[in-house]
Design a protein around this ligand. Sequence first.
Ligand SMILES: *Cc1c(COP(=O)(O)O)cnc(C)c1O
Length: 243
Amino acid sequence: MTAGGPGRPAAPDERRAELAANLAEVRGRIAAACAAAGRDPAEVALIAVTKTFPASDVRLLAGLGLTDVGENRDQEARPKAAECADLSLTWHFVGSLQTNKARAVASYADVVHSVDRSRLVAALSGAAARAGRTLRCLVQVSLDEAEHRGGAAPAQVPALADEIAAAPGLELGGLMAVAPLGADPAPAFERLAALSADLRRNHPDARSVSAGMSGDLEQAIACGATHLRIGTALLGGRRAIVR
Ligand SMILES: *Cc1c(COP(=O)(O)O)cnc(C)c1O
């Protein structure tokens, strides 16, 4: 479908033009959604989720002015971040994270969006402290507990947030969620916004709301998202991934 997709490598110039066009379209969608919501586009960060795409795409996106990159698997993210170390990008880890990968992720990630349990807080804290780094952490909230797509139950959010805020090497950034599959995303994003307002009563600086993907960024912006995680709309279709 797209010339630079995983199946068929494109010439760099062709791929660059394709990414530039996709980026312009996404920026246009963000501007329109912000205008409709009465928000300033400057308060909505765009994270390019580059999973399954090569480091060469990250480099092209950086050349087009993107500063934030998201990945969901350590095995893939670690070498890509190393290959792009000269670009001074901000790396976001957005996938479910095993405790035994915490140390590796803490070595290159700047933000972890998928913190959903105490053991992971402890592992990330130990790893960040040992590495002499500060890791910004978002609590991933499950907005559809039946689906098992990761995330803490809403009732667990305050305690996890307190743990992150108190943990050496970690900084509490806010909340993240993935909208339930196949449902209208708006109610889920409204729920997330309400949880974010609750969180900010005790943690006024934890303002990040990571919500919105290629298919639902407009609804996420309408509900106050501060970070969009966009893969397909920027990079093109991915091959089916077996998890
Ligand atoms: C892959 C992924 C995205 C990007 O999804 P698209 O629909 O391709 O924009 C966002 N968030 C997470 C957690 C992901 O794993």
